[in-house]
Structures are given as structure tokens and as C-alpha cells.
Design a protein around this ligand. Structure first.
Ligand code: BGC
Length: 261
């Protein structure tokens, strides 16, 4: 496209993000300067069983459909250390101990970086969303089937915080306070907010963040439950919604600005 002076319009650096969820695998190229998707998002169903091999083939199909040949960032609902998936939430247990990064590199022929789903979403929120350019301690929580968390300190991600599994009254916090718990137990907003209150109060007493960001699908309805919380820490809904995982994954891909260790 020609710019106003007849010179080619500037197109920002791009990367590619893929978000692997329990029901869908979504991917799109991302403009790294703006955090916007640089093409229409493609979503394919997560294969069942969702083994690493089967999912890697779907990832290859998605990037193939874009003709993408650069590096890719891929999220998984799992702890990831040094390219190995260590846990498996809402995905086949065979991901535990899988050499996910090596497998994705082999299957796709691309330079793949694998990151935890909440870390990717949180990182995108800190860069382009609700905590844009925040210089302090930001705790991003994603309320969904489980509770994912991302801690960003001065713009730097501390990966794999897993604070959805903090034990409160002898119970895994996500079991009581996730959006799935609200659904499963058919909780009113008020009843669910009481559980969230306990959860966020515990987090703020332990970590003293400067800001909470609340993501996950239910953050669309933040006005139903955030006003019911009484916390000392400001708490705001996520801004990027369901694109945050793709955007964060693309940003954290090899060669990206802040790849976690
Ligand atoms: C997992 C996290 C994941 C979160 C959201 C939790 O159960 O332990 O790794 O980020 O769910 O998918």
C-alpha cells in the first residue's frame, strides 16, 4: 500500500501467535508494534485426545494456512520450563514432561517458543492492554476453567507463577473461585464475588501488587462482579479479551522482546 507521500506505508514487525485451549486452537499473525492481529484469526477444534503430537499437527495446519515461515509463539495451559511442559490443565496428561518446544519445532519446521497461557495473556495486557506500560507489580489473573496468573514486574514477566493453585481453607483456589466453579455450582454473582474477594484478598496480602487485571471470558461481564470486591489494590478488567493469548505468544516468540528464561 502506498503511503501519503507515495512511499510504501510502514508495516510493523510481525510475529505469529497460537493459543492452545481445551476446545480450540487459535492463531494469527500479530503486529508487534501495536499488538493488533495482522490477519484474520483462524480457529480449529482441539483434537481429542489432545496429545502433544495431535495438537502439534493442528498448529502446523494453522501456520500453513497463512504461509507463515517465521518464528511462532505457542501457549499451553501448563507450566513450561525450558521448553518442557510440566503440568497439564484441561489438556491431555501426556503433556506432562513432554519436550513441547522440540516437538513443535520438528512438526512445524519453525522456531517455536512455548509459554504458559496466562503468562502470554498477562504479558500482552502489560504491553498493550489494561496494564499498558505499568512500571510496578501487576498480577494478571485469567478466570476460566481454571485460574491462570501472570506476574509482571516493571514490564518483565516472571513466568509460571501458578497462583490459581494457592490453597485457601485447605482447597485449591481455582476449584472454588474459577468461572467454571461459578457455572458448575450455579453461583449468583454475589456468591461468586465472595469467593473472589477471599481469593484476591489472599493474593494482595501475600504479594502486595500495584494492580490486578482480570481476564478470561467472564471479564466481559466485569461490571457484575468487580464492583462487589473490596480490595486495597486497584482491580480492572483485561482489555485485549480473547486475543491476549495470541498477542502475548507472538511477543514472547524467539527474537521477541522478552522471552522468559
Ligand atoms: C493451570 C495453569 C493455567 C490455568 C489457565 C491452571 O489450572 O495450572 O497453568 O495457566 O489453569 O489455563
Amino acid at each position: 500500500m502506498a503511503g501519503p507521500t507515495g512511499t510504501p506505508a510502514r508495516t510493523g514487525a510481525r510475529s505469529f501467535g497460537i493459543d492452545i485451549g481445551g476446545s480450540g486452537v487459535k492463531g494469527a499473525p500479530v503486529d508487534l508494534d501495536t499488538g493488533a492481529l495482522a490477519g484474520e484469526r483462524v480457529r480449529l477444534a482441539t483434537p481429542q485426545p489432545s496429545t502433544p503430537d495431535a495438537v502439534a499437527k493442528v498448529v502446523a495446519e494453522i501456520i500453513g494456512s497463512f504461509g507463515w515461515d517465521g518464528p511462532i509463539g505457542v501457549t499451553v495451559p501448563a507450566v513450561v520450563t525450558h521448553g518442557v511442559t510440566r503440568t497439564a490443565a484441561n489438556i491431555d496428561p501426556s503433556w506432562i514432561g513432554a519436550e513441547a518446544e522440540a516437538l513443535l519445532r520438528e512438526t512445524t519446521g519453525r522456531d517455536a517458543t512455548v509459554v504458559n497461557d496466562a503468562d502470554a495473556a498477562g504479558y500482552a495486557e502489560a504491553r498493550f492492554g489494561a496494564a499498558r506500560d505499568h512500571s510496578g507489580i501487576v498480577l494478571v489473573t485469567t478466570l476460566g476453567t481454571g485460574i491462570g496468573t501472570a506476574m509482571i514486574v516493571g514490564g518483565r514477566l516472571i513466568p509460571n507463577t501458578e497462583l490459581g493453585h494457592i490453597e485457601i481453607d485447605g482447597e485449591d483456589a481455582e476449584h472454588r473461585a474459577s468461572d467454571a466453579a461459578r457455572d458448575r455450582e450455579d453461583l449468583s454473582w454475589e456468591k461468586w464475588a465472595k469467593r473472589l474477594q477471599r481469593y484476591y484478598r489472599t493474593l494482595e496480602n501475600l504479594f502486595w501488587p500495584d494492580l490486578f487485571v482480570v481476564g478470561g471470558g467472564v471479564s466481559k461481564k466485569a461490571d457484575k462482579f468487580l464492583p462487589l470486591l473490596d480490595l486495597r489494590t486497584p482491580i480492572v478488567p483485561a482489555a485485549l479479551r480473547n486475543e491476549a493469548g495470541i498477542v502475548g505468544a507472538a511477543m514472547l516468540a524467539s527474537g521477541g522482546p522478552a522471552r522468559p528464561a
